[in-house]
Design a protein around this ligand. Sequence first.
Ligand code: MEV
Length: 309
Amino acid sequence: MHAVNAGYAKAILFGEHFVVFGLPGIVAGLPLHATARIKKNNQGIFLHCPWHQQPLNVLKNRSASVSKIGRMILAQLRIPFTKRFLIEVRTTIPSNGGLGSSAALSVAITRALSHHFKKNLSDNEINSIAFKCEKIFHQTPSGIDNTAATYGGLFWFQKKKPKNQTKFLHPSKPLPCILVNSGIHGSTKKAVARVRRRKQKNPALFRRLFKEYRRLASDALRALQNGDLSLLGTLMNQNQELLQQIGVSNSTLNKITLSALHEGALGAKITGAGLGGNVLVLASNFREQKKIQHALQRLGYACIPATLH
Ligand code: MEV
């Protein structure tokens, strides 16, 4: 978790989508990250990230999101557009997987530029620039992804004015988890827009879901602090039911959660925006974590074991 100029991936344990509407969420940093380096280049300002085969000319390519965020970060750091260099990004985070790859990218680039041009930005400043980048990527982000990408760790998050609330948590037991990739690309922008539309159409349903979720989130906080993995798993399953009701699950994601539970998982739910991406599975111990991982791999899903703490 301590690579230079890194932005960290995250898994949301509770509260994706609910956090956009100001309800609390619980999120954990993952041992996956994006890193950025500044290299010599004589032709202008270029950005090379693994999502694009070729380096993009940040000033000339007006449309690609990465180019837009490149310009945004340069402007925020007051780096003259007349400079010449290449920003090279490497990442171990699968994109469109609900693991915060875009926020990690923005944080890595901001950190690398701040370091190279001796801007000495604080983590708070990096976080707020990454939030502006998230708006470019996803329009109405809650701020949870950029906060996780900046600080890593496991924390309680709530979008608040004038300042989001972030409380770092120290669970009394590590959480043996598995990230199971559905193989379907999930778009955060589309998923968030879909939930917003549904909420507008059916405010009564969402009032009820929000009430249920609030209770669930505070029970989850207690379960985490007490190391009650069994209760935590049950609450994850309840959170998954709420995510189904707000319309961000699909048959593949439902099948993965059911298969994980069938293999003995304590809990399984979408992590991140849904409609694709990853399912987060909680096992009761490390032996079970391996067993469930192997069973899901035999069903054809790519899995990453991740112990959250
Ligand atoms: C995406 O990782 C989490 C969402 O809640 C969007 C957000 O909070 O910005 C779906």
